[in-house]
Design a protein around this ligand. Structure first.
Ligand SMILES: O=C(O)CCC(=O)C(=O)O
Ligand SMILES: [Fe+2]
Length: 263
């Protein structure tokens, strides 16, 4: 297994600059992971498709109308809708988690850091979307920050390995700016292969990454990464992904994600 750092480790910055990613071990404890999964699962559809921006009520509602319709009694419906506010606030509180912001700020010369968007990816065992294998892509191919300051974190809510669809990176590929890419539908795609496919003449070694439940991956926006399908019959591989940017940096908002500075 590759190196996993404690939150307080002094070598995080060096490792991140050199490798374009860093893994913080047990950032969330198991109880917090279970709480998170329980709450967000209330909003999943049958195929457990990813949920875009569950921290924004307008996004959450737009993705769960089918669930609301299925509830028979008006009182129950009202209770379900009433919970949305509380739950979006909970997801938002994770995006704005002080420990996360402080650590990301350390990686970016102590600049102020703001969240832009979030996404829940379930890869729940035995569902349609478990077979999702993200093609090798740079997250910054969407946001297009010219200075390469776009960052994504993935909080792993399950143990993640080759069997249940873990992630891989193209080693040190963050050092070459934004590559050309083949555009792909990356939200509710039909081919189970989302992610703008990076195209480069350079050859990079593939490094598979392994995670314990509660680990947090911090990704440089220009590091090419992807993931394998979840072939496990039993083990889901869920993660909550949040993207960030330092103050005053430019980015593309995007039609689906609608990235915006969240204060
Ligand atoms: O969930 C995965 O396997 C990868 C997700 C990812 O890279 C992304 O959302 O940009
Ligand atoms: Fe990604």
């Amino acid at each position: 297994m590759q190196k996993r750092f404690l939150y307080t480790d002094k070598n995080i910055l060096n490792y991140f600059n050199e490798n374009g990613y860093v893994i913080i071990k047990n950032f969330f404890n198991k109880k917090n992971c279970n709480k998170f999964k329980k709450i967000i699962s209330n909003y999943a559809n049958d195929g457990f498709a990813p949920i875009m921006n569950p921290d924004r009520s307008e996004y959450l509602i737009s993705q769960i109308t089918h669930k609301i319709e299925k509830i028979n009694q008006i009182g129950e419906k009202a209770n379900f809708v009433d919970n949305i506010k509380k739950d979006t606030e909970y997801f938002r509180s994770i995006m704005k988690n002080k420990k996360i912001i402080k650590l990301l700020s350390k990686l970016k010369k102590n600049k102020k850091i703001f969240p832009l968007m979030s996404q829940m990816i379930f890869k729940k065992a035995n569902t349609v979307y478990s077979k999702q294998s993200w093609q090798p892509h740079q997250d910054n191919s969407y946001a297009k920050n010219k200075n390469g300051h776009y960052i994504t974190i993935n909080i792993f809510m399950d143990k993640s390995n080759l069997d249940n669809g873990t992630m891989y990176v193209w080693k040190k590929s963050h050092k070459h700016g934004i590559f050309n890419y083949q555009r792909k539908v990356s939200y509710r795609e039909k081919d189970s292969k989302p992610g703008n496919v990076s195209v480069s003449n350079k050859k990079f070694e593939v490094e598979n990454l392994f995670f314990e439940k509660g680990d947090m991956l911090i990704l440089h926006g220009n590091l090419v990464h992807g993931s394998y399908p979840n072939n496990s019959k039993k083990k889901s591989r869920s993660l909550y992904s949040v993207s960030y940017i330092p103050e005053k940096e430019k980015f593309i908002s995007g039609k689906n994600a609608q990235r915006k500075i969240i204060h």
